[in-house]
Design a protein around this ligand. Structure first.
Ligand SMILES: [Zn+2]
Length: 133
């Protein structure tokens, strides 16, 4: 059991592999989402020509919104993963972006995309909340 707070090359390799797997999975889900969105738009266009029932159009619009919302979440997820991989390339991975202190290995294992240590993350979230209020 490694008790030091320094990321070893082995730790980084494991975390990078996890992030790359996640990146592939997210890109795959996004491609799937875009196909769904494309099919929904297409079927709607066809039905419009045939005088479709308004209720059907409503359901399809809801489905489109749902897929669009999912794509937005996936996009944010992908950005987080990309940022984490960028930090690995720049050797700033595992360094808190706010206080420049080390992010604990335990936290990185749980949340490989973490860009802040737990204290700074709490402060950050508190700031976001007060800004939104
Ligand atoms: Zn910090």
């Amino acid at each position: 059991m490694n008790t030091t707070d320094v990321l070893t090359p082995g730790d980084l390799r494991v975390l990078r592999t996890g992030l790359e797997d996640r990146q592939r999975a997210v890109i795959e889900s996004m491609a799937q989402g875009w196909r769904e969105l494309h099919d929904l738009t297409k079927s709607q266009a066809q039905e419009d020509g045939l005088g479709s029932h308004p209720a059907d159009v409503g359901t399809e619009m809801e489905q489109q919104q749902e897929v669009a919302a999912r794509l937005q979440m996936l996009d944010a997820d992908l950005q987080e993963v990309k940022d984490a991989l960028d930090r690995m390339d720049n050797n700033t991975y595992g360094v808190c972006t706010d206080c420049l202190g080390p992010i604990s290995i335990g936290r990185l294992r749980t949340l490989p995309t973490a860009s802040r240590d737990i204290d700074c993350q709490r402060r950050y979230e508190a700031r976001q909340k007060s800004r939104a209020a």
